[in-house]
Design a protein around this ligand. Structure first.
Ligand SMILES: NC(=O)c1ccc[n+]([C@@H]2O[C@H](COP(=O)([O-])OP(=O)(O)OC[C@H]3O[C@@H](n4cnc5c(N)ncnc54)[C@H](O)[C@@H]3O)[C@@H](O)[C@H]2O)c1
Length: 296
């Protein structure tokens, strides 16, 4: 999905340069060359290069996206990846920061909320500069499912998913989802909305079962939108996994909540008024994240 992310960044043509880095000899070089050969066709000027473990070539990056690690196979949970991915994320992050001390990090590798927390612990960077990607993708999947249920174009639909980036810990906020400002509950029965919620929660697992590995187009597009919001100082709102310090009554963990993304990374955490049921879901989600964090 790192290559997919680079492709969407290039197509949007807002970045001067993207460097792909991989541990596998020649792989990032090959991906970069293939992508650059689409430049004249897709009309972008972004320069994409690929390197094998040569972190000096990533020096002074404004944003670094960490997608290194193993993806899940059908039937696996994201949490099962922790053993291998924790070591990879820690070493990759430390090498990146060595060459780009002022960078903003977007953590994608799973289990993402725990990897974002680990990145805080291992780097001690200011909390506005570490952003976990999960909720923004889950929200895109939520909108896809809402549009399907409403038989509406996706541009008519708005909705957001907060909480843990996991099959059970995600919280699709059906109460706040709308079709052109009208609550979706005006169009859909509570049973149908419940189905939308459940389909959203297993969005990643459904694709993993179909593809045999984790998805890449929507994750890549999501990260590219987040990178653009930061690079172009757009001040756009996305649910992201961020370190909380009392917001939502939680602290010392990374969990998905709406934030404003701009040139400083996390410009602001947005605190929503949740119902009692949503607050309970949030506490359960936080508990599940703490359980995975305790495996670090
Ligand atoms: N947060 C999300 O919403 C989200 C979405 C999709 C995928 N993911 C996660 O992102 C990760 C990557 O998924 P993918 O489908 O791209 O997997 P992939 O196997 O296609 O790519 C991972 C790449 O990481 C490289 N790598 C492994 N160790 C490395 C190291 N030490 N240094 C540099 N590169 C290294 C591998 O060689 C491989 O090319 C997985 O953990 C997956 O679960 C998260």
């Amino acid at each position: 999905m790192g290559a997919s992310c680079a492709e969407y960044i290039a197509i949007k043509d807002f970045a001067s340069e993207v460097v792909l880095l991989d541990i596998r000899e020649g792989f990032a070089e090959g991906k970069a060359m293939d992508l650059m050969q689409t430049a004249s066709l897709n009309g972008f000027d972004t320069k994409i290069t690929g390197v094998t473990n040569e972190y000096s070539k990533t020096a002074n990056s404004d944003v670094c996206v960490i997608t290194s690690g193993i993806p899940r196979k059908p039937g696996m949970t994201r949490e099962e990846l922790i053993g291998i991915n924790a070591g990879i994320v820690k070493s990759v992050t430390s090498s990146l920061i060595e060459h780009s001390p002022n960078t903003i990090l977007i953590v994608v590798s799973n289990p993402m909320d725990t990897m974002a927390y680990l990145t805080h612990q291992s780097t001690n960077l200011p909390k506005n500069r570490i952003i976990g990607m999960g909720g923004a993708l889950d929200s895109a999947r939520f909108k896809y499912r809402l549009a399907e249920a409403l038989d509406a174009p996706i541009s008519d639909v708005d909705g957001m998913v907060i909480g843990m980036h996991s099959d059970t810990g995600m919280i699709p906020l059906t109460r706040l989802a709308t079709r052109n400002s009208v609550p979706v509950s005006a169009f859909l029965s509570s049973d149908r909305l419940e189905q939308v919620k459940e389909d959203t929660k297993v969005g990643g697992a459904t694709l993993t079962k179909l593809l045999g590995t984790s998805a890449w187009y929507a994750p890549g597009a999501t990260v590219s939108a987040m990178v653009q919001a930061i690079a172009c100082d757009q001040k756009k709102m996305f649910p992201c996994s961020v370190l909380l310090d009392g917001e939502y009554g939680l602290k010392d963990l990374c969990i998905g909540v709406p934030v404003i993304l701009g040139r400083n990374g996390i410009e602001r955490i947005v605190e929503l008024e949740l119902t009692d049921a949503e607050k309970t879901n949030m506490l359960e989600s936080a508990e599940a994240i703490r359980n995975v964090n305790s495996l670090l």
